[in-house]
Design a binder for this molecule. Sequence first.
Ligand SMILES: [Zn+2]
Length: 299
Amino acid sequence: MSVRDPAAQVADRLAALRQHQQDGRRSPHKPLLVLLALGRLARTGESSLPWDDAEQDLADLIQEFGPPSKTGRAQSAAYPFTRLRSDGVWTLDRDVPMDNVGPLRQGVTGRLEASLEAALRARPALVDEVARGLVEAHFPATVAPDVLVAVGLDPELLRGGTVEFIPGRRRSSSWPAQVLEAWDRQCAFCGFDGQVGGVPVGLEAAHIRWFTVDGPDHLDNGLALCSLHHKLFDRGVLGLDDDLTVVVSQRFSARTPHGRAVYDLHGQRLRPRPGTPAPAERHLVWHREQVFHGRPLAA
Ligand SMILES: [Zn+2]
């Protein structure tokens, strides 16, 4: 790729936002703001985002897809809305101090930096590429489509070919099969063990600590989970206590008996088969602090 290639230039400018976190703390706030702006750009041809909208939409995204946090909604949105300026990819139409909600409420509007926005507008396929790179660097495949839908982008863009996932890290190709074997080809939560022609179906190897945040391809970081429980685990609805008891978040609701069957998992104890490495406590702690949302149901 030549230095003048606009795609490479755009990717370079957003590269800092794709770096994964060395200390294991998830910080998807800036990427979520960029994704929200990309969604607006794709929909309206303009990335501009008035603070009045961001205070709702960005706060919703951070609450839903960020790590659990005690920071107030408006404040959690004000951090990336003001700080993304330092990365050179975001501008505000008024000079306001970092992190302060008050001045933003005087009608401040943000948008992607002008030359970046022009490059993206000139090549709509670039919007998809950038969005895919950001969402894949920060979320597992169970969650990435939900993020794209929430920002108004098409989750099908994830099918657009292989992208560089995370620089310097490759997934182990044998890890998923090893995890399924270790858990006797059953969902660790519900025992689902469906097979087609002797091959497990609807059963997946789940990282406890996400691969995108330094989660290793080790057996003590893996659970065999059915597709539904994998999704709920990665979305922070299901969690695990130190004694391997399943916890269900009180944020989850369902009306039908099948939906409500999720509640029945609460308090169930995982029983790894003899010889299966139990999930490591440090990975369980990470999941509890960075993914599990809300409070556990009352026992
Ligand atoms: Zn299951």
